[in-house]
Design a protein around this ligand. Structure first.
Ligand code: AMP
Ligand code: GLY
Length: 424
């Protein structure tokens, strides 16, 4: 079978690496991909929301399965587009239809969903310009800090956490006034939950599900979780506090009610569900849903899946996931992200990356790279993820850090403290 991966980051490179190991694969295409993905397939210069061009490619290349990496094409209805087209409707898309993707595309939708299906999450109130006063009184009833979220997709920037009540009130007004454009025409005000976060991933065919390895990502640029939020500076799997007892609670209180809830709401969900969870005194709460795999979590999680991923995807497409095998490697996997200096603020692109051939014992997943002639150059803030396995977390981290020191590009930066909160 020929397979198309939609996307261009480290997550998609990790998918390409894993899918290329499947005996079921004939040819792999990645749209648009990056300098790393071309090692496993053919990059095709098509944007992730250019559905018409994707359609042409799928027909021309006789593609039998489409795996969607990022959320934007899912929210914009790539799966619905396939279902509505005579030529494409039988080709499986791994990723939910747009109604399912609203779990990520609208925070208000996700909160209503969790309330309706009794899934533990922070108390909230959704506000628009019409009910601003009730939103402000909800805000005043909270102890603080105050969590304000733009309802729509805001490229990971739509969440504000504010200590001071007056500032929070002011920010609600500014958000409604267009701080995040249309995405903040509705604002979700939430109770602040204090705890430690982790990323739980499931894959579902709409009825059954399988739980993939759990991971923890590191979002802040600075060591000790300080400074600005980034797309993710690294990830570790498994997560020591997400032990059997915790995961049993997660499955019973969160995963099962989510999959059943989607069914009850008449949403035929086929793809990944990413539960962004927080453990509050060992009780799990949902911070957010995403309708895709995490990045950089995928760059660690893929190393721990022994089974054929394409086989699992076929189970998703055919609605017989329950009969498929998911074999998880008990060892640890980590990924360390190398970023361009200045990121997540201003940074340069097009800088030469050298000494990639010196890497040993780790796997590189490119995030933001491209070819310039025969050379690989930086093409984003997050540049390369260095993934390693080990019998424990320190061993895996040590391997990634050794290799992180070898790769060279201008103003290379990475966090050297990954796992600091797990290894105490
Ligand atoms: P989100 O985009 O919803 O994942 O939010 C970004 C980050 O804000 C999360 O990873 C959390 O660290 C934090 N956050 C979001 N909601 C809450 C909440 N209700 N309580 C505490 N922290 C939160
Ligand atoms: N690592 C978090 C995300 O992919 O949203």
């Amino acid at each position: 079978m020929n397979i198309l991966i939609v996307g261009s980051g480290g997550r998609e490179h990790a998918f390409a690496w894993k899918i290329s190991q499947s005996p079921k694969l004939s040819q792999l295409f990645i749209a648009p991909g990056n300098a790393g993905t071309s090692e496993f397939g053919t990059n095709v210069e098509i944007g992730v929301t250019d559905f018409a061009a994707i359609r042409t490619l799928v027909i021309e290349k006789n593609i039998g399965m489409v795996v969607v990496g990022p959320e934007v094409p899912l929210v914009e209805g790539i799966h619905d587009f396939f279902l509505a087209d005579e030529m494409l409707k039988k080709i499986p898309v791994i990723g939910p239809v747009s109604r399912g993707a609203r779990l990520e595309g609208s925070k208000d939708f996700a909160k209503q969903f969790m309330l309706r299906h009794a899934i533990p999450t922070a108390a909230y109130c959704s506000v628009t310009k019409e009910n601003l006063e009730s939103g402000i009184s909800f805000l005043r009833s909270l102890p603080g800090p105050y969590v304000l979220k733009a309802d729509g997709l805001a490229a990971g920037k739509g969440v504000l956490i504010i200590e001071n009540l007056d500032e929070a009130e002011q920010s609600v007004r500014e958000m409604l006034g267009g701080m995040f454009g249309q995405a903040s025409e509705t604002v979700v005000i939430e109770e602040f939950l204090s705890g430690i976060e982790c990323s739980v991933f499931a894959i579902t065919d709409g009825t059954d599900y399988k739980i993939l390895p759990v991971a923890k990502d590191y979002k802040r640029i600075g060591e000790g979780d300080t400074g600005l939020n980034t797309g993710g500076m690294g990830a570790i799997s498994p997560v020591p506090f997400a032990d059997e007892i915790f995961m049993k609670k997660v499955e019973e209180r969160i995963i099962v009610p989510t999959v059943r809830g989607l069914q009850r709401d008449g949403i035929d969900y086929k793809g990944f569900i990413f539960f962004g969870l927080i453990s509050v005194n060992s009780e799990p709460f949902v911070i957010e849903y995403n309708v895709r795999m995490g990045d950089p979590e995928t760059e660690a999680v893929m190393l721990r899946i022994n089974s054929d991923l394409v086989e699992l995807f076929e189970g998703v497409a055919q609605g017989n996931l329950a009969g498929r095998q998911l074999d998880i490697d008990p060892s640890c996997a980590v990924t360390v992200m190398l970023v361009a200096g200045g990121y997540p603020g201003d940074y340069t692109k097009g800088d030469l990356i050298s000494d990639l051939d010196l890497i040993s014992g780790s796997i590189l997943f490119h995030s933001g790279t491209r070819f310039s002639g025969t050379e690989v150059v930086t093409n984003g803030g997050r540049v390369i993820a260095i993934s390693s396995k080990g019998k424990n977390i320190p061993e895996a981290l040590d391997l990634s850090y050794r290799n992180a020191a070898k790769i060279q590009f201008k103003n290379k930066f990475f966090r050297r403290d990954l796992g600091f909160d797990l290894l105490k």
